[in-house]
Design a protein around this ligand. Structure first.
Ligand code: ADP
Ligand code: MG
Length: 729
């Protein structure tokens, strides 16, 4: 018998919380201690070296080779002092996780000796033999290998005994093979476009950083229960499981007190994260039982993305010390809330201003309106691309499931700002807006954020919501690399700002006053993007109908959603803004499709395995018990008594047979469908086949397995049940 759930449950019930000590009550005393940040650089680098790294971080200037040698030597000295013996280029391949290949600092020399070596060459560039990372055909046709190159805008750090150097991962022909490369390009595009637009309002703005504050949701499950569920351990989600009598109806987990063991785990991974310079700040329970969330203070987007990748890694590692597994999957349990990763996004200037935060003066408020309205327009024009960048096999289960944003893209602005936009639209149109009215409108905007910042006035059902001083992209999945969505969001915003500036400049060239020109173009943006605005309940059925009427897309599955990545419109947009070439974009599209196919393929195999090797044998054993019982009754009873007494058992025997038959038949059909799909060579066709002809068996197989779960004797059911996964503490 497989690892029976009773053994697992016993293990859980005897667990003792693993307590951890805070290194100090003052976080400032250990925050960032494992990061080669400003303080460490000042201590270890010469002034020249320090200035050159700072210039690379802030202005993107190149670090020359001699300087790189110096930085490498200092970095190594610092890392050695922290106990590091190895170094690695840390990068983000398109698998969605992070990758490392560790090299020791030493190099063998003649005579069986070794010297310590880590020079500029090793710092700046490395060739991981990473040919098994997905590349969408790029490296097959051109060069056999890719290389990683140092990204000085994100500081190096030490984990365990390894110095990790954040890098990009590109092919020898220069094509991006990772998430970071296009993100950096998108960030540079938004910087330039936003600075240009800021010039209308403030000449002192010379740099604009996109900012990101993510909120990470996750589930915890005990190690032993996790191991007793092959589906959880192989696919990250429970493929079977009957909904328990008590789920999340009572909402008693949300913001409730955090269970002891979980608290120690959180404390532990927070300490590790803080040491790595991740400004983690918030923790609380989420809606579903055993579901939690953590969030940091927002940071510059590239750094925030790295920090989220790092955090997911740290969480998984630290969880093991506490006999937990972290489930980052978007929908580990059907029928229970899924997990997202809200991406709070804004734009900050070198002058310390948040461009999406209305200010107190009319001038800053026109600037706010400009960035605000342009965001709405960018989302409107590129809704399908935004949908594509959150499309994964996992997220398909979550989007549109009662508690998650729908697959329909819309923007929530709040009543006040909606009114401002309506007013701007009608007044500018009739040409009736006097200078006083304009000033009043701009001033009125200044009062809004207080209302929106108040948590209670928020719409939580929108996939993309304004929350007072930032937009919150809520449809992002919990296991996703934020770089994907952030690349798209910053790229479409950069593109929109460029267009906006062009239109305004054209009017100015025609002797229209600057303010008036801005108002006119903004008005046009408002008119053009109206259908994307939605203030109502995004979870309701009514919205689905209303959205269809408005002509908004509602793309439910990943293979179809991904198409927006390779539309002519997207290709042009990425090309125009220097984000990605057509070839890179196509390669990426293929990789996403392949990943989708593989995920469904694995789920389908695990499902078949479990059904045939765990579920059916268990059901047959129990059915045999019933048959034995009936036989016994027949032996000892009169015919009339027997008929009465065996009726229920007979019905159960038949019912079990029916479920077993259906399960077996459907599993066989699914396996056949898989074989057919596997034979398809074209990636898109294959993904569609997996979506429409393989995945379509999941629900029916699950339905019958879950029926068996409630029919069969609890004693013999091998897999931990939902109530155990969700409520055992
Ligand atoms: P909640 O959404 O739960 O009310 P907050 O509004 O405080 O919480 O913030 C949620 C997340 O948004 C946090 O990670 C926070 O750092 C981030 N955030 C706040 N301001 C900005 C900003 N200007 N840019 C990006 N993220 C931000
Ligand atoms: Mg939030």
């Amino acid at each position: 018998m497989a690892f029976h759930r009773f053994k697992a449950l016993e293990a859980v019930l005897t667990r003792v919380p693993v307590e951890v000590n805070l290194p100090s009550n003052k976080v400032s005393e250990f925050f960032g201690e494992n990061v080669f940040g400003i303080d460490a650089m000042r201590e270890y680098l010469s002034d020249e070296g320090f200035n050159s790294v700072m210039a690379a971080m802030e202005k993107g200037t190149q670090i020359d080779r001699k300087m790189a040698d110096q930085v490498a030597a200092s970095m190594k000295a610092w890392a050695n002092a922290k106990g590091a013996t190895h170094y690695t280029h840390w990068f983000q391949p398109l698998t969605g996780t992070t990758a490392e290949k560790h090299d020791a600092f030493f190099e063998p020399t003649e005579g069986g000796r070794a010297i310590e070596r880590f020079g500029g060459g090793q710092l700046v560039q490395q060739e991981p033999d990473a040919s098994s990372f997905p590349n969408g055909g790029i490296r097959n046709t051109f060069e056999a290998r890719g290389y990683t190159a140092w990204d000085p805008t994100s500081p190096a750090f030490v984990i365990g005994k390894t110095l990790c150097i954040p890098t990009i991962f590109v092919s020898y022909t220069g094509e991006a093979l990772d998430f970071k490369t296009p993100l950096l390009k998108a960030l540079s595009a938004i910087d330039k476009a936003a600075v240009d637009v800021c010039q209308y309002f403030d000449k002192n703005v010379t740099k604009v950083n996109a900012t990101l504050g993510w909120e990470q949701e996750y589930f915890l499950v005990d190690d032993a229960l996790f191991n007793a569920r092959p589906d959880l351990s192989m696919t990250g989600r429970a493929l079977f499981g009957h909904i328990p009598a008590k789920g999340q109806q009572l909402d008693d987990h949300y913001f409730g007190s955090i269970p002891d063991r979980a608290t120690w785990f959180m404390r532990d991974f927070e300490i590790e994260s803080l040491k790595l310079g991740i400004p983690i700040k918030t923790r609380h329970n989420e809606v579903a039982p055993n579901q939690f969330e953590c969030a940091p203070v927002f940071e510059e987007c590239n750094l925030a993305v790295d920090h989220n990748q790092l955090l997911m890694d740290v969480m998984e590692k630290v969880a093991r010390r506490h006999n937990f597994r972290v489930l980052l999957h978007e929908k580990p349990y059907a029928g229970v809330n899924g997990s997202g990763k809200h991406n709070n996004w804004s734009l900050g200037t070198n002058t310390g201003k948040n461009l999406l935060s209305p200010g107190k003066t009319p001038k800053t408020n026109l600037q706010f309106l400009t960035f605000f309205i342009n965001t709405v327009k960018a989302v409107h024009d590129n809704a399908d691309l935004l949908r594509a960048c959150i499309a994964t096999a996992n997220n398909d289960h979550r989007l549109g499931a009662n508690e998650a944003p729908p697959a329909i893209m819309s923007v929530f602005l709040g009543t006040q700002l909606s009114n401002v936009l309506d007013e701007l639209e009608s007044k500018v149109k009739s040409g009736k807006m006097s200078p006083d009215e304009k000033t009043a409108l701009k001033l009125g905007v200044g009062k809004i954020p207080d209302i929106l910042l108040d948590n209670t006035d928020r719409n939580r059902t929108s996939p993309f919501a304004f929350t007072g001083n930032k937009f919150e992209f809520r449809a992002v999945g919990s296991s996703q690399n934020c770089a994907g969505p952030m690349t798209v969001l910053n790229a479409i915003m950069a593109d929109q700002l460029v267009k906006f500036k062009k239109d305004v400049d054209a009017l100015i060239a025609n002797n229209v006053d600057k303010d008036e020109a801005i108002f006119q173009v903004l008005r046009q943006c408002i008119v053009d993007s109206k259908k994307i605005r939605f203030e109502g309940n995004g979870y309701g059925e009514d919205w689905v109908k209303e959205a269809a009427k408005r002509g908004l897309s509602n793309i439910k599955t990943t293979p179809l959603a991904l198409e927006a990545f390779v539309s002519k419109k997207t290709m042009d947009l990425f090309e125009r803004n220097g984000i990605m070439s057509e070839r890179e974009q196509h390669a990426r599209y293929d990789i996403y499709l392949e990943t989708y196919t593989k995920k469904i393929q694995i789920e389908s195999r695990v499902m078949a395995d479990l059904a045939l090797n765990h579920i059916i044998p268990t059901a047959i054993k129990y059915q045999s018990l019933l048959i034995e019982n009936v036989r016994g009754l027949k032996e000892i009873m009169s015919a009339a008594d027997f008929k009465k007494s065996s009726q229920i058992q007979m019905e159960m025997i038949v019912e079990i047979s029916e479920h077993i038959n259906t399960i077996k038949t459907k599993v066989d059909e699914m396996t056949e469908a898989r074989k057919k799909a596997n034979a398809i060579l074209e990636v898109k066709k294959q993904a569609l086949d997996y979506c429409d002809k393989v995945k379509s068996y999941f629900d029916v197989i699950r339905y019958h397995v879950d029926k068996l779960e409630i029919l069969v004797d609890d004693e013999s059911w091998p897999l931990p049940k939902y109530r155990e996964l969700l409520f055992t503490k």
